[in-house]
Design a protein around this ligand. Sequence first.
Ligand code: ATP
Ligand code: MG
Length: 441
Amino acid sequence: MFKIINMDIHALYKLYQENPVISTDTRTIPEGSIFFALRGEKFNANTFAAQALATGASYVVVDEANYVVDDRCILVDDVLSTLQQLANFHRQQLTIPVIGVTGTNGKTTTKELLYAVLSQKFKTYATKGNLNNHIGVPLTLLAIQDDVEVAIIEMGANHLGEIGFLCSIAEPTCGLITNVGKAHLEGFGSFEGVKKTKGELYDFLKRTDGLLFLQGDNEHLTEMEKQRGINHVVRYGFSSANDIIGKLETANPLLTISWRTHKEGEAALSIVKTNLTGSYNTENILAAVAVGLHFGLTKEEVNVGLESYTPTNNRSQITKTANNVVIADYYNANASSMAAALDNIAVIEASKKAIILGDMFEMGEESFVEHQKVIAKAQSIGVDRLIFVGKAFYEQREVADEFYQTTEEAIEAILRNPVSGCTILLKASRGMAFEKLMEVL
Ligand code: ATP
Ligand code: MG
């Protein structure tokens, strides 16, 4: 792979054990940390090495010799690979279950739900925020301290091979793919590319005899499992063949779910009132039930965990504004999460509804068709007001309704003709900056 020029991995690991805080952000360097001077597109953190030492870092890891100022500088071939190698070395010292979570949509929500449930019984560590890539996964692993009993690692990908690589670093003992859908098609090439990449988690679990939690009613995921024949599988879903069987009872707009185990049957039904909206979250919740029960939690512990989770991150968050109830889901958007969000607003009980959708980014060649499908689906719901925002939607403005090229134009239009008394779905890719719309709703 690469070699550490003036220190081997064991020696570096010893330094990490003595200074178990890693920093990569030049703006906040904790006292006594090891600063890894990563290189981004715009800047080269090697140039901050001396400053990092001056402001509190115990050591810096650099990959350019001319930034070595004293023997607190560790010179390596490649800082990023060293960070990944150190993270994997640390991972190998841990003898705890490591749960890998990937998928097109719902990774963070599922991770948070898993955390809420497992923390009822165990000292649990989960990925902070959305630190799910080739840098975030190593940082997550290196933040796991000795007293942690279970770790949950979110793994994201936008190109082929990425999940396999993250698995090789995190070495999950079990895991799940939330779902596979059309997102980041520019990086994956096609939906097949998405399945192949996410499936690298299944490849890893197969190879290491790990345990898979499987949404047993998702035809893509079940097919992907079948192709590999994974030995240990716990199934969750809606049909009676699953090990954990759940049902969405009500969504008005918060979800009430019922669930039971296949073994126990109908008589042992649990009812859980959650603080989540979005019917698509039902399967995320059932994943957390499956994981919780597998790790020996009681039903009560599982349910208390589920009830304790309130999203705060603009993922399926409900906000009462001056004039409306807003389902704020503008953290991201792709073809499958748009469809799921539309299914959800369709079933929500409300006297008046509005839908405001912004462009889905990174859709590549399928962008036109996928935006077209979203328009058709949104129109089929029959809401009181339907607004589309962004260049991709605007290209198809001849199909009636309201279309605006930019979020600013949509704001002006809403100021002229306010939306009020509605339950509103607000969904777009992050780059559309839909949080600005909140002020006029
Ligand atoms: P990212 O790729 O940004 O890390 P993520 O996979 O972590 O995203 P979340 O942040 O949990 O996903 O959720 C993002 C959005 O995906 C939600 O607000 C919702 O619209 C949609 N979503 C969540 N769960 C599902 C699901 N099971 N099926 C379809 N869509 C879902
Ligand atoms: Mg996420």
